[in-house]
Design a protein around this ligand. Structure first.
Ligand code: PEP
Ligand code: MG
Length: 668
């Protein structure tokens, strides 16, 4: 690292490995980090250096996948933390950006790009473009600056109020945070004030500066950054609204409505009337926040549709088909029937799932499979309250330590464990000790750079080196004093690791005079544990197979490696053989065995696991209804026979092919 004259150190070259580059949400996180440091930090690309304070400046760099950047900060710790933060930007995988078929438009069909799937029918309503009503000039710029500052603070309050609402989805909260980063961008604010001081009205000045920034983004080749223009405009509308400079229509409807607009805004979706069944817009991008929210709300959204749709002369029902990407403005009776059937099927599937979800899950031949949830953060507990499942099979506790500079206190941990326990309502509650490392980085913990992080100081290895952290976590769990709680150790490789944690648990229980039998179990996800499973099964109170890491280590494929992604499969016969060995060697010890990797949430994986006689499956909450319903269609004996064939096949592809041919009728 080179020391610069202004006392800042320049980092080594950092390659951006996040496919979507540094777009709005990552930029907002960098700004948050910088704020906490209270130091100036810069980021540089192609010799252009900007401060990590202004979101618009960062976005203008259009930092994209595989770009090389440098960071400048006061010390190496900050540089390292920032580099870790940049490496941790894990994005949802965006769908491929389809070309709009605008040139095929006819008087009946208008084509567009699908941004959120589904089908809908309803009356087409055009949302008028926002009307601006403000003067260009102002007469007292001091008052106008004050008005502007008040508007910014009002909008800050409104967004913060939305953020602090309970039960909000994480993606949604991230979107609101990124709106805050635009709203509080110091450069946008100071440019606006400069323009107001030249006797322009606050509304005019702000709109001008925002639009100027949008123009800069419009030149970007990075599609994700292009899409951010709508985020800037969105914030602009909020500020102008607070300045009483625009009138926004209140959209209320009585019948099923398909809303068409030049531009649908995040605000539109947040306040959407429940009669709106579909959305169409001229502008927008598949990666825009509007699209993310539409998908979260399961509302079909078609974008890049020709604005001529506004002239459509049909006052009756139209069809929005976001499976194939078109609007049909003069549907025939038959075409409408297809949509009716689609909607009805969906309702039936959902109510069937719901019905299934209320009773225990058994195969046709009577094998009961217990279903547990993998919970990754507090906002997912909502799911626990409403469904018939057997409890939490895996609480990933990393969220407690994420996005913060300091460890959570014991009090804080106790409160979180307790409140999740309350929603879980005395069902089995399996808390996994902090599983840091490999693909999981945390701001509040220092980690040395390792050549091979997946094989480095991760999981329980880290906890045992930093045993204050481990002690505090175990202390908090015991002190929370929750019925049916058990503790699970991640990444166990050596039996001594189990003994050491057991020792700490005993000590904590003694200290707290806690006589509960708190079960201590292990994740089976490292080959040594899988192979010497009899030794571990004899000691541990329960075992849970982590098929994600087990696959990674058995196939020697990094679970994050894009180039090898098609080879990374838990259906490889080697994995099936190893799991079979685990089952054989744990049965005699009569210890509960479960699977909590993604194999449990995958139908083909489930056939294998049930066939192997594994009757405890823990999976992501959004797979639960479908998997419960799927298990009810299975025969245990068919699955067991399939396993016998699969263990002798040669590849994951062969296994998949075989399962597809044998179980095709159940896959619909
Ligand atoms: C696993 O490895 O399968 C697992 C469940 O843990 P994680 O994905 O959190 O590493
Ligand atoms: Mg794991």
């Amino acid at each position: 690292d080179v020391v610069l004259s202004d006392n800042l150190i320049k980092s080594k070259a950092i390659i951006i490995n996040n496919e979507n580059g540094i777009h709005l949400r990552p930029a907002a996180k960098l700004i948050d980090f910088t704020k906490k440091q209270k130091e100036s930090i810069f980021i540089e690309k192609n010799n252009v250096k900007v401060s990590l304070q202004s979101v618009s400046s960062i976005l203008k760099l259009a930092i994209s996948y595989k770009d090389v950047i440098f960071l400048y900060a006061k010390n190496n710790i900050i540089l390292q933390d920032l580099e870790n933060l940049i490496n941790s930007f894990q994005e949802e995988k965006y769908e491929v950006y389809l070309q709009s078929k605008n040139n095929l438009d006819s008087s009946k069909f208008f084509y567009g790009v699908v941004s959120s799937n589904g089908m809908a029918k309803g009356t087409l309503v055009k949302k008028e473009i926002i009307k601006f009503n403000f003067k260009k000039e102002c007469y007292d710029y001091l008052i106008e600056v004050e008005n502007f500052q008040n508007a910014i603070s009002n909008v800050n309050n409104n967004i913060n109020a939305l953020i602090s609402k309970k039960n909000n989805n994480h993606d949604y909260i991230d979107i609101l945070h990124s709106q805050l980063s635009i709203l509080n961008d110091p450069i946008i604010i100071s440019d606006t004030i400069d323009l107001i001081k030249k006797d322009n009205s606050a509304a005019f000045a702000y709109q001008n500066i925002i639009y100027k920034n949008c123009e800069d983004f419009a030149n970007s080749k990075n599609k994700i950054i292009l899409d951010r223009q709508s985020d800037l405009k969105e914030v602009c509308y909020l500020v102008l609204k607070s300045l009483n400079a625009i009138s926004l229509e209140d959209l209320k409807f009585n019948t099923p409505t398909i809303l068409f607009s030049e531009e649908i805004t995040v605000n539109d979706i947040i306040n959407l009337d429940s009669s709106v069944v579909g959305l169409i817009s001229v502008h927008g991008g598949t990666t825009s926040h509007v699209s993310i929210l539409a998908r979260l709300k399961s509302i079909p959204l078609l974008i890049n549709v020709n604005s001529k749709l506004a002239d459509a002369k049909n006052e009756g029902i139209i069809i929005l088909d976001c499976n194939d990407g078109f609007v049909n403005i003069f549907p025939t009776q038959e075409e409408l029937t297809v949509v009716d059937k689609y909607i009805l099927d969906k309702v039936n599937i959902n109510s069937k799932y719901l019905e299934d979800s209320l009773t225990p899950t058994k195969t046709i031949d009577g094998l009961e499979v217990k279903i547990f949830a993998n919970i990754n953060n507090s906002s997912e507990v909502e799911y626990l309250e409403s469904s018939f499942i057997d409890g939490i099979g895996l609480l990933r506790t990393e969220f407690l330590y994420q996005n913060r500079k300091y460890f959570p206190t014991i009090e804080e941990q106790i409160e979180v464990y307790k409140s999740i326990g309350k929603s879980n309502n005395n069902r089995l509650y399996n808390i996994r000790l902090l599983d840091l490392g490999g693909d999981k980085h945390l701001d509040c913990l220092s980690q040395e750079t390792e050549t091979n992080p997946a094989l480095g100081v991760r999981g329980i290895r880290y906890c045992l080196i930093h045993n204050n952290l481990l002690y505090d976590q175990i202390y908090s769990i015991v002190k929370a004093n929750i019925y049916n709680v058990q503790i699970m150790i991640p990444m166990v490789t050596f039996i001594e690791e189990y003994e050491e944690v057991k020792f700490i648990l005993n000590k904590v229980q003694e200290e707290l005079n806690n006589k509960q039998h708190i079960k201590l179990g292990i994740m089976v996800e490292v080959p040594s544990a899988a192979i010497m499973i009899d030794i571990f099964a004899a000691k541990a109170d329960f075992l849970s197979i982590g098929t994600n890491d087990l696959t990674q280590y058995l196939l020697a494929i990094d679970r994050e490696n894009n180039q090898l992604a098609s080879k990374f499969s838990h259906l490889h016969p080697s994995i099936i053989r190893v799991i079979k060995n685990i089952v054989l060697n744990t049965t005699k010890y009569n210890k509960p065995l479960s699977v909590c990797g993604l194999m449990s949430g995958d139908k083909y994986g489930v056939i294998i696991l049930v066939g192997l006689g594994i009757v405890n499956l823990s999976m992501p909450t959004n797979n639960i209804l479908e998997i419960k319903s799927f298990i009810r269609k299975l025969n245990y004996l068919d699955c067991a026979n399939a396993v016998e064939i699969c263990v002798n096949l040669l590849s994951a592809d062969e296994v998949l092919h075989y399962l597809k041919s044998k179980f095709s009728n159940l896959m619909k």
